[in-house]
Design a protein around this ligand. Sequence first.
Ligand code: ATP
Ligand code: HSE
Length: 318
Amino acid sequence: MQFGADHVVVRVPATSANLGPGFDALGLALALYDELEVRLVASDGVVVDVYGEGAGQVPTDEEHLVVRALRHTLDLVGASQTGLRMTCSNAIPHGRGLGSSAAAVVAGVVAARALLADPRVLDSRAVLAIATEFEGHPDNAAPAITGGATVAWQEADGPRAVGLEVDPSIVATVLVPDARLATSRARAVLPADVPHADAAFNAGRAALLVEALARRPELLLAATEDRLHQAYRSEVMASSAELLNALRAEGFAATVSGAGPTVLVLAPDDDVPALDRVLAGLVDGVAGWRALRPGVAAEGARARRVVSARGTPSGTIQ
Ligand SMILES: Nc1ncnc2c1ncn2[C@@H]1O[C@H](COP(=O)(O)OP(=O)(O)OP(=O)(O)O)[C@@H](O)[C@H]1O
Ligand SMILES: N[C@@H](CCO)C(=O)O
């Protein structure tokens, strides 16, 4: 497999997984982006510069998650390994439940694809499969790849995802704490088995959520109830659980975003002034929390080939 470009620019959105009852299945892309540039260089190894989120914290060598995903993808398609120079400008907070690791993995895979002479060797199903291999579950990777809301599931031969409608009146607000929580820790507190009644409860709410997102935002509060993960996780994110319960008691559809500790609130735009009044009392000015309203990202990961002096082909690859 030959390279067809020596310089690509990639942008990947944040994502909020689960959306309450859709544990490991539902996800929503948010317009908060990590951007990176990758260049092929003649020297061996990799040089990584990181700005923004993760700067000074993530590895800047072959262990960098984007580099690992990129190199793994090159190996899978039989491309030769090469020296890399990468610059990352990150806006997605790490370890907060906003899909930073999925964004990094998807960025690596789509960067590798865009570098290839024939990017069509990897379609979006293949990108999802590779990202899911790294993540262990496809719910963040799917919306990071396609944008919008998605439901993802596992087949015997790999993960699949389809897009879901999102009523344009729905506003997503994320309440992001300074404190981090690794997804691995938030998964470790989950029980191996759950009561049948709770599984049935979540199946009904997840189905209802598909309809609430598409055209019945007034049902979001009922549709985002969950019994499979959030209550179990409250022991490792007590402040988030308290905030979530306070918002739900006021009638707002608050959920843990991904594995937390960020809290996601989905509200019809008519309810936003009332939400803001409640947030003013709960979060504004409270040390250790910030509120963001990034909007739903309609587009997922994009990689753009940059024309080089040698006349490398250009174009955007979705
Ligand atoms: N842009 C990035 N570059 C390099 N490493 C990253 C990047 N983003 C995330 N990581 C790695 O992934 C870790 C965070 O992953 P983790 O799965 O714990 O949380 P998350 O993906 O932010 O949240 P969630 O999966 O709940 O949405 C970081 O501590 C870092 O090691
Ligand atoms: N579904 C995952 C999302 C975080 O990666 C979880 O809740 O653990």
